[in-house]
Design a protein around this ligand. Structure first.
Ligand code: FMN
Length: 174
């Protein structure tokens, strides 16, 4: 059995997961609805990035007893530009800390670009982004990472970088 599992607060990662499920005809579930993960042989996890963490990923893979014969694909969805290697290195380094070593090592990892609509954020996320914005803004320009510059550029806006064509790399991998 094969599945696509998604972790999404505002729907961007969910949209990617739905489109991929439509194209490859896999079962689709939110990480919140996963009880048993060991019954699947191919697991595609699509999760959005929140403060460096992939939403629901740790919780989901904690349920896996043995990753031996499984095909694991993980795709992150974030605001940071995934064509920038520094951004993807940062994401991967953070993922290493959220996953057991054998799962991280066997997973095929991809990075997709999401979007944000500040008017839709809940209070906690608005406050988090406000604090982050002020912290980054006060840094000298040469100390700001590309990820941080992108965050400043999109602050308080509505941006949508969702590109379904990027799913092709995952389909090819399968
Ligand atoms: C509080 C907060 C923290 C975020 N942290 C990151 C981050 O660390 N890296 C990143 O690339 N994007 C970050 N983002 C942007 C989200 O990953 C992006 O909006 C994504 O498309 C949200 O996916 P969703 O609609 O599936 O929840 C953050 C957004 C919020 C609101």
């Amino acid at each position: 059995m094969n599945i696509i599992i998604y972790g999404s607060h505002y729907g961007t990662a969910k949209k990617y997961a739905e489109e991929l499920a439509r194209r490859i005809c896999y079962e689709l579930k939110s990480y919140e609805d996963i009880r048993d993960i060991d019954c699947y042989s191919t697991i595609i996890y699509i999760g959005s990035l929140y403060a460096g963490g992939v939403l629901g990923m740790k919780k989901t893979f904690e349920k896996m007893k043995d990753c031996g014969n499984k095909r694991i694909i993980i795709a992150t969805v974030g605001l940071a530009d995934p064509t920038n290697e520094k951004n993807t290195d940062n994401i991967k380094n953070a993922m290493k800390k959220q996953l057991p070593e054998e799962i991280y090592d066997s997973a095929h990892i991809f990075h997709l670009r999401g979007g944000i609509d500040y008017s839709k954020l809940n209070l906690k996320h608005k406050v988090m982004m406000g604090l982050l914005y002020r912290k980054i803004k006060s840094l000298p320009e040469e100390k700001k990472t590309e990820e941080e510059k992108a965050m400043i550029k999109t602050y308080k806006q509505r941006v949508d970088f969702v590109d379904y064509e990027c799913l092709y790399q995952i389909i090819q991998d399968i």
